[in-house]
Design a protein around this ligand. Structure first.
Ligand SMILES: Cc1cc2nc3c(=O)[nH]c(=O)nc-3n(C[C@H](O)[C@H](O)[C@H](O)COP(=O)(O)OP(=O)(O)OC[C@H]3O[C@@H](n4cnc5c(N)ncnc54)[C@H](O)[C@@H]3O)c2cc1C
Length: 454
């Protein structure tokens, strides 16, 4: 029997975290074994977006980004490199009482496997990933303003169609187009649309120098009420920018109105912005912490980000197309979802590169059998936390997420496509899944319940 031809023309839908991580990982790993490799990333947005606020990168995410060469790129970006987070300070919003820190380091200041947490603007992370591609990976091209609207997959090739009427044909498609993925809903698993979780983030970035009083936290803090939480974090090393996110239940009706008014020069836009600001202030301005009151007083421009999820156990592949990242498994809020997206890219690269002559169906099945159980487990745990918290009107689930900041697959880490600097780094060992239950998360959370004022 003839061996299956090696897929050389790889099309990636979406230049988000999963898409760019896949492009980097595949290009690095296959550079020597597939000399005529061509990777094309098609992004629907017209360019690199400045929206999305700041993202929290767990030690796991940082470990993976290091393997891909992105962390060193990020570290070269000066004020845009984000802030390293040793610990998250927890406060009761109303009383201002400190509830304790969630640590990313040991007593000597070393992070897990050498990595701490980091809070960085999303656009800066994308810039660092693109910079790795532009500087080192000539086989990868990223095209903007190329919104995929459909596609077909046959035994020998796969074709994507774009909104502008053009087409692209290749050997393999990775659908990395996020929670509302067209690749999923129109091709791989038609009808499997995203669902609103009931939770939204209302986010803003404020200049620290515009505030009259200093902040009460060092790097990052979470302020809890019984029904919601307010995250505040510096997102640059000089502590000039404060990222705030109000995490609360928001009615779907309000989201629809917000989305309708934010489209263009809608006359209702100003009043919607005021409503959103009012919502945040009603929920959080009664804090006894003067710096929180000053922050909320000063911050006018809030943006609403509803959190959606993808129905569990849906299809991940069809023909020559595989879904990765949020397109496959967007979950109820987890501060480590980005780590799962990068992990998808690394694991797929590993399996694909070892089976270059295998039929894609076999490679996809192998990938799914390695990934599905873990994703299901994490999804179930995440949903249970949020559901029980919402039912009780409490909000500790989000905190619990943050209190288990480290997630790595059993054994420590995914073998990466490049040599990692992690082994050279000092620090407490990388945590495993086991660490979730080892971090005395549940006992601490139980302790808090009596201490959080409504
Ligand atoms: C409010 C909020 C806060 C979050 N905070 C954190 C956090 O602090 N830490 C964390 O780890 N995770 C966080 N997450 C989750 C995290 O953002 C996602 O898990 C992660 O971005 C998934 O990466 P992705 O590449 O799969 O999808 P995305 O990052 O969504 O990227 C998808 C890309 O595909 C593009 N695209 C979409 N449709 C098309 C199309 N038809 N054609 C071409 N391109 C298309 C999009 O423009 C986008 O660039 C948060 C999520 C939300 C909603």
């Amino acid at each position: 029997m003839q061996p299956t031809p090696v897929p050389r023309d790889i099309l990636i839908v979406g230049a988000g975290i999963a898409g760019l991580a896949s492009a980097i990982s595949l290009a690095k790993e296959l550079a020597s074994s597939v000399p005529d490799l061509k990777i094309s990333v098609f992004e629907g947005a017209p360019g690199l977006s400045a929206s999305g606020g700041a993202i929290s990168l767990t030690p796991t995410a940082q470990n993976y980004l290091d393997k891909l060469g992105v962390l060193s790129e990020l570290n070269r970006m000066g004020s845009e490199a984000g802030i390293e987070v040793d610990l998250i300070e927890l406060f009761s919003l109303r009383s201002g009482r400190k509830l304790g820190p969630l640590k990313f380091t040991d007593e000597n200041g070393f992070g897990y496997g050498g990595y701490k947490g980091r809070r960085v603007m999303r656009y800066a992370l994308s810039r660092a990933m693109l910079s790795v591609i532009q500087s080192h990976l000539p086989n990868v091209s990223v095209y903007y303003d190329k919104k995929v609207v459909g596609g077909t997959t046959t035994d020998s090739s796969v074709t994507l169609s774009f909104e502008d009427g053009s087409f692209a044909t290749g050997d393999l498609v990775l659908g990395c187009d996020g929670v509302h993925s067209i690749t999923r809903t129109r091709i791989v698993d038609p009808g499997n649309r995203s669902e609103y979780t009931g939770i939204s983030f209302i986010q803003s970035v404020t200049d620290a120098q515009d505030l009259s009083i200093p902040m009460h936290f060092n790097q990052t803090a979470i302020h809890l009420t019984r029904h919601s939480s307010l995250l505040t974090s510096y997102c640059d090393p000089d502590r000039q920018k404060i990222f705030s996110a109000a995490i609360l239940r928001v009615n779907e009706h309000l989201i629809e109105r917000y989305q309708a008014t934010s489209k263009s020069d809608c006359p209702e836009q100003a009043s919607m912005k005021m409503s959103i600001r009012y919502l945040v202030r009603t929920q959080f301005a009664k804090s006894s912490l003067p710096s929180i009151r000053a922050l909320l007083d000063h911050t006018e421009d809030w943006a609403l980000y509803p959190v959606y999820q993808v129905r569990q156990r849906g299809k991940w592949h069809k023909g020559r197309i595989l879904l990765l990242g949020d397109a496959a498994h967007a979950m109820p809020p987890r501060d480590e979802s980005a780590a799962y997206s990068i992990e998808d890219a690394l694991i797929f690269t590993q399996i694909f590169s070892r089976n270059l002559h295998a039929p894609l169906a076999t490679t996809f099945q192998q990938y799914e059998s390695m990934r599905r159980d873990l994703v299901n487990k994490v999804f179930d745990a995440s949903r249970r936390l949020w559901q029980s918290d919402l039912d009780k009107g409490l909000f500790p689930g989000h905190v619990r997420e943050l209190m288990s900041p480290v997630h790595l697959p059993p054994g420590g880490c995914v073998p990466g496509p490049t040599t990692t600097t992690a082994s050279a780094r000092q620090g407490i060992p990388a945590a495993t899944h086991q660490s979730f239950s080892d971090l005395s998360v549940y006992s601490l959370t139980r302790e808090f319940q009596g201490e959080i004022e409504s």
